[in-house]
Ligand binder design. Structure first.
Ligand code: IMP
Length: 424
């Protein structure tokens, strides 16, 4: 059984908990897009880890973890992550961590270009993580990028790296940004390449062989579907396909080999960075922040908060082909007297069931809400569907109807035990 786990909103949906649960029975865990812009908080056997590039199966002995061809890898960050995990007692070797030779390399220069581009945009900036993700994918599309395959032969690496640093510095100069010291970049990348070299291979046949042998492969999506470069709130998106299709192109495992797709969503909505957010609402934002919830895992920045957006989730369920939703943070609504869910957008005299393409139009959309009575009760101790308050069960069922995809599980707290199966 091969499963994709995809964030259905703007990231930070709580994928880590769902992935941790599924990892237990997986043989292989693969990442197929994004890079160190992702921050995956995983609680494995009661201990908390924050992972950026390495699939969460690394926390379990005997699982093979694959960083697929669609991922962009900052080699220094990856080495730091390996060291962090080793210090935590996690064993990492070429037997349990494989890196695709086709994955593109994030260089220090890409981070500089990311920062320079953001600064140049002024108040129009995207609010990127400044990890160099966009510029690296841009180089990939421009066919000038470095790939992990370039790390295999040290002599070749030095040659291609020097050439790339030269052209990238010319680019930085054009942006009015100080040029990077070529030797610092060279030394840092070469040092990291020496550590990563034994892990680099063609992961495409490895994953396909695993599928052929009937092994269980779990694909760990990063970010969220509304940050997808094709389907998201363009240009306020990341630079990869964060949706289900990206798992296939970013791993080399064909769509016909995928058995099940789970969309992870919060019971409400959050987003970090700029861009349209029709259901953004101060009442719920102030309330959640007051509880100490919804602060970024890596930056500590408060996330933007709002009600569940049925337009976004209906769209996301459609283009991802979700079989079921894993709803998280339902307990975040425990004290809400009235709960709103957006069923459609009003744009001038039009009613929209799906989001518009133009960002100005999306910004101008007014949410049409359905209001449901809250349950005003602590759900965090509930362990079965029957124990949940009636109004809570009604919200979960109505949520599934509005978005056109059933909710399969609900989360009422961060622990594994705080996950409840929803009867069909
Ligand atoms: P980039 O991926 O760093 O280029 O950032 C583009 C947009 O995606 C910004 O709005 C970021 O805040 C957002 N973003 C990138 N990665 C994540 C993530 O893992 N969680 C939530 N938002 C993210």
């Amino acid at each position: 059984m091969n499963t994709l786990v995809i964030g259905s909103q703007w990231g930070d949906e709580g994928k880590g908990k769902v992935i941790d649960f599924l990892t237990e029975t997986a043989d292989y865990v693969a990442r197929s897009q994004g890079g160190s812009n992702a921050g995956h908080t995983v609680i494995a056997k009661g201990k908390k880890y924050v992972l950026h590039l390495i699939p969460s199966g690394i926390l379990w002995p005997g699982k093979v973890n694959v960083i697929g061809n669609g991922v962009v890898i900052n080699p220094t960050s990856l080495v730091e992550e390996i060291e962090y995990l080793r210090n935590e007692g996690v064993a990492i070797s070429p037997a349990n961590l494989l890196i695709s030779d086709r994955a593109h390399v994030v260089l220090p220069i890409h981070r500089d270009i990311d920062a320079a581009q953001e600064e140049a945009l002024g108040d129009q900036k995207i609010g990127t993580t400044k990890q160099g993700i966009g510029p690296t994918y841009a180089d990939k599309a421009r066919r000038v990028g470095l790939r992990m395959a370039d790390f295999v032969d040290p002599e070749r690496l030095e040659k291609v790296l020097k050439a790339r640093i030269k052209t990238a510095n010319e680019e930085l100069e054009r942006l009015g940004w100080p040029a990077a010291d070529p030797n610092v970049t060279l030394d840092a990348v070469i040092a990291a390449a020496n550590v990563l070299r034994p892990h680099i291979c063609n992961t495409i046949p490895v994953l396909n062989q695993a599928v052929k042998e009937g092994k269980t492969v779990l694909f760990e999506g990063a970010q969220g579907a509304m940050l997808d470069i094709d389907f998201g709130t363009y240009p306020f998106v990341t630079s990869s396909n964060t949706s289900a299709g990206g798992c296939c192109t970013g791993s080399g495992v064909a769509p016909t080999r995928i058995d099940h797709i789970i969309g992870v969503c919060k019971a409400y909505t959050t987003r970090v960075g700029a861009g349209p957010f029709a259901t953004e609402d101060d009442e719920i934002g102030d309330y959640l922040h007051g509880l100490g919830r919804e602060f970024g895992a890596t930056t500590g920045r408060p996330r933007r908060c709002g009600w569940a957006d049925g337009v976004v989730l209906r769209y996301s369920s459609m283009f991802n082909g979700f079989n079921e939703m894993a709803m998280t943070n339902l307990d975040g609504l425990d004290e809400m007297k009235t709960i709103k869910i957006c069923t459609a957008y009003r744009l001038g005299d039009q009613i929209l069931e799906y989001p518009p393409a133009l960002i100005e139009e999306w910004e101008a959309c007014e949410p049409i809400y359905e209001e449901l009575p809250g349950w005003m009760q602590d759900t965090s101790k509930c362990t079965t569907w029957e124990e949940l308050p009636e109004n809570c069960k009604a919200y979960v069922k109505r949520f599934g109807e509005i978005i056109g995809c059933p909710v399969g599980t609900v989360g009422v707290g961060p622990d594994r035990e705080q996950t409840i199966a929803v009867p069909h």
